[in-house]
Design a protein around this ligand. Structure first.
Ligand code: ADP
Length: 692
């Protein structure tokens, strides 16, 4: 139906009929007069521009839709009047204010006299079309880029030849295609030869070692498919027949020079390709991944071997939950973990329960006396810690919390049978393992060593005791002399007292003097006995702060007799009366007596006139020094380094224990014992920390 025949010159009498006719047209139709006033617009125009028809009618179309044309409206109209129509593109604005690109077709209607009476306009939105075109361009560019630039090899293959072959099989009545594909090698080979390369990307050229794309295009794919992988080609065919969209598998393909490589093969039938009989194939070279996987497996295996073969007990702990606790505490801003654990002791339990044994080696099983790994694996470490070991556990937690590099400590662990063992526990986590929440803990059973150490120290104690007794034996003469002196004095005083009492007039004053002296001498004798008993029993007293002079003086009283009987002159030089030391007096006296007796024994080798024992005390810095110097022959230079070794002696009846024990006692008091030659004899210098 021609618009000319329906519409009258200026008015539109049959508007309703016309509108209902034009409304069904999906294209926008607007009729406007030669004065550009809109006379009619259909539903599609309403939808395109967004203005209701009644709002448009009577408006100047160019103003109403903000018409814009690159060459101007006048030029458009001139052409319309000249030729009766105009077609082209312009810009208009929609009711929403959006600039639209519009494709326009104007047809000029004339009346019977040929006078232009109105214009019928058909228009459509080109904005979207443009957008789609741009998107399409971008997409195809992107595809092109991906196709060319991806690290993957892409092939576009023509499958139509294979399709034909499959069709022939079906016509021949072969219904079980799957078993046919997998059994008839010749058929598959032919199918490979019938699979023609339509296109490949540059990566394919590189990956398969071809000369160029062009050299590959038009060829077939048989060379790329080694015999061992043909079953996958068969699977791909089956996949196509079943209309499955894609198939992906790891396989082995061959380069054109025949070298095989591990490949991830993907074939897909992209939408739109079905009818064309072409498929897209993607190939990724995974030889590197395979190699690193193989290396990983090998290193895992090596790790596992090592893990089991280590003679040290190894616990592999899963600390992921522990790290959740740590992270929570860090978020709460806990900077001092130890203080926090003291305030919230339940956290310690929580931390132990959050640390789970993931793996143990044979040595660890033996350590904990576990019958099987499962006795430990999956359990938390809570049952392995004793209350005594808790300090270590806290320090280990701190080491993790503050990301300290390593940890080692001697501690105690509980075996599964409830007995305890002394262990050396260590770990040295790498940041990577830490991040994974894995911790490898090494354990060495040191129970035997600890027990041996304990018995050694017992042995040393008993040796010390025996040397003390030996020393006392050597000093018996001194002791008896010391006791004899007050006893004979007491006897003398008693006799004198008796004589006084027998007189007619008793001299009370004299008697009281005698009595006081008896008491004083009795006390001296008692003192000697007490000291000797203390030394003999070897009972270690507590440390007390004493004047070093008092200490030395008392000790020297034990050797009084030895000095005299060996004609040794003693010279005491006590420089500083104020020097005080905190010591076990019995032990320290043992040292001084020992040194003095050694000195006296050494001086037996020199003439009487030369025998001088000098004992000096004084302070040096923070220390108090006791020097015992003799005028003997001195220490043989080759013996200087061995002097303090246990059982080292140059004497026929010597024990070789004295100096070793002296050194041990002095060092246990935080001091030092040094032996030197003075040129005129030996000097033994004991330095002890000074106390206020
Ligand atoms: P012992 O007296 O039983 O030999 P010690 O351990 O007391 O054991 O002394 C070890 C050795 O050190 C002595 O045998 C002696 O050779 C040497 N020695 C100790 N004191 C002196 C000293 N004052 N002068 C020279 N040598 C000494």
């Amino acid at each position: 139906m021609s618009v000319d025949s329906v519409l009258p010159a200026r008015r539109l009498p049959n508007v309703v009929a016309l509108a209902s006719a034009l409304d069904v047209i999906p294209e926008s139709v607007v009729i406007f007069g030669m004065d550009d006033v809109i006379l009619f617009a259909n539903k599609a125009a309403e939808a395109l521009y967004g203005h209701p028809v009644n709002a448009a009618q009577g408006r100047n179309i160019n103003d109403f839709l903000a018409m814009r044309h690159p060459h101007g409206l006048d030029e458009m109209k001139r052409l319309l009047l000249d030729t009766g129509e105009w077609s082209g593109e312009c810009f208009r604005r929609s009711a929403m204010g959006m600039e639209l690109k519009i494709g326009l077709d104007w047809t000029l209607a004339r009346d019977d006299q040929g006078t232009p009476s109105f214009v019928v306009e058909r228009s459509r939105d080109l904005t979207r079309v443009d957008e789609i075109a741009v998107q399409f361009r971008i997409a195809s560019h992107r595809y092109e880029n991906i196709f060319q630039a991806m690290a993957a090899s892409f092939w576009e293959l023509d499958f139509s030849g294979v399709r034909r072959m499959i069709g022939e099989l079906m016509q021949a009545g072969i219904s079980d295609l799957a078993s046919h594909f997998h059994t008839d090698d010749a058929w598959i080979e032919e199918a490979l030869r019938n699979t023609i390369v339509l296109d490949v990307n540059e990566k394919t050229v590189e990956m398969f070692g071809a000369e160029s794309r062009e050299a590959m295009i038009g060829g077939h794919v048989e060379a790329a498919w080694p015999k061992q992988s043909r079953h996958l080609f068969a699977d791909a065919l089956l996949c196509a027949i079943r209309r499955e969209p894609r198939l992906s598998a790891e396989t082995v393909l061959t380069r054109l020079d025949g070298t095989p490589f591990n490949a991830l093969f993907t074939v897909c039938w992209p939408p739109g390709h079905e009818g064309k009989g072409s498929v897209l194939v993607g190939v990724i070279d995974i030889s590197d991944r395979k190699r690193s996987e193989a290396e990983l497996i090998a290193s895992e295996a090596r790790y596992r071997e090592l893990f089991q073969a280590m003679s040290m007990g190894l616990l592999h702990l899963d600390t992921r939950r522990l790290w959740q606790i740590f992270n929570r505490l860090k978020q709460e801003g806990v900077a001092d973990l130890r203080a926090h654990l003291e305030s919230y002791p339940h956290l310690l339990q929580e931390a132990m329960e959050a640390t789970v044994v993931a793996e143990v080696n044979v040595a660890a099983m033996a350590l904990y006396r576990a019958a099987s790994a499962n006795d430990l694996v999956g359990k938390t470490v809570k049952s392995l810690w004793t209350p005594k070991g808790m300090k270590t556990f806290i320090r280990a937690l701190e080491s993790g919390y503050y990301l300290l590099p390593g940890f080692e400590e001697e501690t105690e662990q509980l075996r599964l049978d409830g007995t305890t063992m002394a262990v050396h526990l260590s770990f040295n986590p790498s940041p990577a393992l830490r991040a994974q929440g894995r911790l490898l803990v090494g354990l060495i059973d040191i129970s035997e060593r600890v027990a041996a150490e304990a018995s050694l120290s017992e042995l040393k104690k008993s040796f010390a005791h025996h040397t003390r007794l030996a020393l006392l034996g050597e000093m018996t003469a001194s002791i008896s002399h010391e006791i004899n002196q007050p006893l004979s004095a007491i006897m003398t005083y008693s006799a004198a007292g008796r004589r006084l009492l027998e007189r007619a007039v008793v001299d009370t004053e004299k008697l009281l003097f005698i009595h006081d002296n008896i008491v004083a001498d009795a006390r001296r004798a008692a003192d000697v006995i007490t000291r000797t008993r203390r030394m003999a029993t070897g009972k270690d007293a507590d440390k007390v702060a004493v004047q070093v002079v008092t200490l030395v003086e008392e000790a020297l009283r034990f050797v009084d007799h030895e000095l005299k009987s060996n004609s040794v002159t003693i010279e005491k030089i006590f420089a500083d009366e104020g020097g005080r030391v905190a010591v076990d007096p019995v032990q320290l006296q043992q040292v001084i007596v020992n040194l003095a007796i050694n000195a006296i024994q050494e001086m037996q080798k020199v003439p009487h006139c030369k025998r001088l024992l000098q004992v000096r005390t004084g302070t040096k810095g923070d220390g108090v020094v006791i020097a015992v110097e003799d005028r003997g022959l001195g220490i043989q230079p080759e013996n200087l380094s061995r002097l303090f070794e246990t059982f080292f002696t140059t004497k026929t009846a010597g024990l070789g224990m004295g100096l070793a024990i002296c050194k041990q006692i002095v060092e246990a008091h935080g001091g030092k014992l040094i032996a030197t030659n003075t040129g005129s004899g030996a000097l033994f210098e004991t330095t002890l920390p000074r106390v206020p």
